[in-house]
Design a protein around this ligand. Structure first.
Ligand SMILES: Cc1cc2nc3c(=O)[nH]c(=O)nc-3n(C[C@H](O)[C@H](O)[C@H](O)COP(=O)(O)OP(=O)(O)OC[C@H]3O[C@@H](n4cnc5c(N)ncnc54)[C@H](O)[C@@H]3O)c2cc1C
Length: 305
């Protein structure tokens, strides 16, 4: 059984389709809206067809006032709503049901007990520093570059413009009133969504299998959780199908180490936020290469000219 029919629950459910897993989700519908920017490598690890790529970007521009730092990269925008809807049609997803995990082999739903291996994909449940995100879909604009904006007043947060073929995602995240920092576009708004993103240390607990935000393997600064899902999909399906969790545990701990590092870096960044103008003055007009694995951003920045 899988508790949680978000992206993580549906993807692992699909990997384990031969076991006909039941997926319980307390929400009434499938399909969560988010920015869904991931590295191309992360996309490959999801092992889903390219039809779920809305756009691929080779450049990101980081902006502070008039200053710009260019990032050479390779990221895509995943059409996760379409992906989640398509996956759910192939799976036994039961909505509007709250599932209580009673151990690694037992789940309680509406006073009924279900037995079998349990995967917890129910989103983050522990303590965290929560950042709020708000995002609009505007009409399309002519651009092939992601723009990311920093503002001294939005400590620890940022704003973005992501051009897509059918619209433009424009949003901001931050601890306090991110709506104040959403860039303005002279276009019509098509829709609005948002949510809260946990900044947390990973959960190290192997009592039940876990995947997705439930693990806390979430990139601290950006809130990116799809990266952690992609890296655990294969080891977790292997663990369930072959009753051998060694690779799952190894990969989980490796990711946890990276996220702990990111968590510490973000804390320092927040403390030194006032130095942003200096960083932008030094790096203005320069290019950062983050092509190899954008998601491991704490490891792989190399600066060219
Ligand atoms: C505005 C925004 C922008 C984002 N942008 C990005 C991005 O650009 N890149 C990126 O990688 N990530 C991004 N994220 C994060 C990403 O959305 C999450 O990491 C991802 O949704 C995690 O998927 P999940 O399946 O683990 O959790 P969720 O999508 O939260 O799914 C968990 C599911 O479990 C269900 N559930 C919980 N408890 C129970 C229960 N007891 N019984 C039954 N069901 C239960 C919930 O109803 C929910 O459907 C963004 C998030 C937001 C809010």
């Amino acid at each position: 059984m899988i508790v949680g029919g978000g992206l993580a629950g549906l993807l692992i459910g699909y990997k384990l389709k031969e076991l006909s897993p039941i997926i319980f989700d307390r929400k009434p519908f499938t399909g969560k809206k988010c920015t869904a920017i991931i590295s191309y490598n992360t996309f490959k690890d999801l092992e889903v067809p390219k039809e779920y790529i809305d756009s691929r970007f080779k450049k990101i521009e980081l902006k502070y006032g008039k200053r710009i730092i260019y990032v050479n990269t390779d990221v895509i925008r995943l059409n996760r709503v379409k992906l989640e809807l398509d996956l759910s049609r192939e799976l036994d997803v039961r909505h509007r049901l709250n599932a209580e995990i009673k151990g690694k082999d037992k789940v309680l739903v509406n006073s009924e007990t279900y037995s079998g291996k349990v995967i917890d994909a129910s989103g983050w449940k522990g303590k965290a520093k929560w950042v709020k995100a708000i995002e609009y879909l505007y009409e399309p604009i002519e651009s092939d570059t992601i723009e990311v904006f920093f503002d001294l007043r939005n400590r620890g947060g940022f704003s973005w413009i992501v051009p897509l073929p059918y619209g433009t995602l424009v949003g901001a995240l931050g601890y306090d009133r991110p709506e104040l920092f959403v860039p303005k576009l002279n276009k019509r708004i098509i829709e609005r969504h948002g949510g809260a993103i946990p900044r947390t240390l990973p959960l190290i607990d192997f009592e039940t299998y876990k995947i997705g935000d439930r693990t806390g393997l979430i990139k601290t600064f950006t809130g990116g959780g799809i990266f952690g899902i992609s890296k655990l999909l294969k080891p977790l399906s292997h663990a369930i199908l072959n009753s051998d969790n060694s690779e799952y545990v190894r990969r989980y701990l490796e990711l946890a180490k990276e996220i702990k590092k990111q968590y510490r870096i973000v804390r320092i960044l927040e403390l030194m936020w006032d130095l942003i103008p200096i960083v932008f003055r030094i790096l203005n007009d320069r290019t950062i290469n983050a092509i190899e694995e954008f998601d491991f951003h704490s490891l792989l920045f190399t600066i060219s000219h």
